[in-house]
Design a protein around this ligand. Sequence first.
Ligand code: G3P
Ligand code: MG
Length: 349
Amino acid sequence: RGVSLTRSYRKPARPPLSFVFDIDGVLLRESTVLPAAKRALTLLEGDNAFRTKIPYILVTNGGGKTEEDRCRDLTSQLGFPITTSQFIQCHTILKSHAHRYAEEPVLVLGGRQDEVKKIAQGYGFKKAYSTLDVKAWNPHVWPFYDLTPEELASTTPVDFSKTRLSAIFVFHDPRNWALDVQVAIDVILSGGVIGAPYVNPKKRSSAEKPVQLVFCNPDLQWGAQFQRPRLGQGAFRVAFQAVFKGLTGMEYPYEQYGKPTNATYQFAETVLREHTAKVLGGPVGGTPSVYMIGDNPESDIAGANAAGWSSILVHTGVYNPEDGPPTHQPTHEAEDVEAAVKWAIELRR
Ligand code: G3P
Ligand code: MG
C-alpha cells in the first residue's frame, strides 16, 4: 500500500530543569554577595548550553523585611530581577494563617520589631504587637533593658492588662532574647494577659484556648559573615523551651515552619511550579527535575531529600567538609553555587 509505517517518533519532552536556591551561605553572607553567585545566575538567565532561561526560586530561613523590600535588595545585590513570585522567606507561609487572627491581638517577635509589625499587618494580622510595645506599656516587665528613643517612638500604645494575646509568632531571629523570652513566658503562663496570675498549662481548664506558639525558622546555626556559623532562630527556640521547662517541668507545644519542614517544601513546590510555568510560557507537565542548592545539611539538604528533589551541598556556608561527612547525604557536593549549577546542567546535556 506504500504507506510509510515509520513514525517520526519524537523523544518525550523531558521535565523542565529548575533550581531552588538557599540564600545565606550560598548566594550571600548577610549583605555580602558571594563571588560565584552572579556567575551561577548568569547561567540560568540564558547563558547556558541550552540557550534558554532555566527557572529558579529562592527559599530562605531568613526574614525580617517585606517580600517586596527583600526582593528589591536581592535584585540590586545579585544583578538580576528577583520577583516575589520566585521568593519565599521563613514567614511568607504565615500569609495563609493571618485570616485566623485578623481581629485577634497577637505577639510578633524577631528582627527590627517595627518592621516585623509592618510585615504582620501586611499579611492581615491587624493587631500585631511587639515585646517593645510591652516594655513601653510597663518598663518593669523586664528591668534590665531601656528602650532607645527610636524604639520608644516606634511602639504602639496598648494596655496589655486589658488585651488577651492569643498567639505568639516568631517571624525572624529575636534580637533581645532576654526580653523576648520573659514576655513570651508571661503571655503563655498568664493565658495571654500579661501580668495576670501564672497558671501551669497542665492545670489550665481545657475550656480555655491555649496561646498558640509558632516558629518560622528551625536553624540552630546559619552562615553569616563570621568565620564560624552563628546562632539562629532555632537556638532561640531551644533557649525559650529550656526556661519554660525550668519553670513548669514541661516544654510548651509549638508549630514549626521553615526549611526542612514539609509545609515549607510543599509551599516551595507550588511556588516553583507556578514560576516555572511563567518563565517557560505554559503549565509544566509531569514532575519537574528540581535541584536544591544549600549550605546547611539540616535544613536545605534534609528538606530537599525529603521532597524528592536532587540536593547539592556547597562549602561556602554552615557546612565545612573538614568537620566530617554531612549529617544528611546530598546528591552531590560542590565548592560553590556556580560549580553546583554547572554540574546539574552538565548532567542534563
Ligand atoms: O536567619 C538567617 C538564616 O537562618 C538564613 O538562612 O541559609 O536559609 O538563607 P538561609
Ligand atoms: Mg543557608
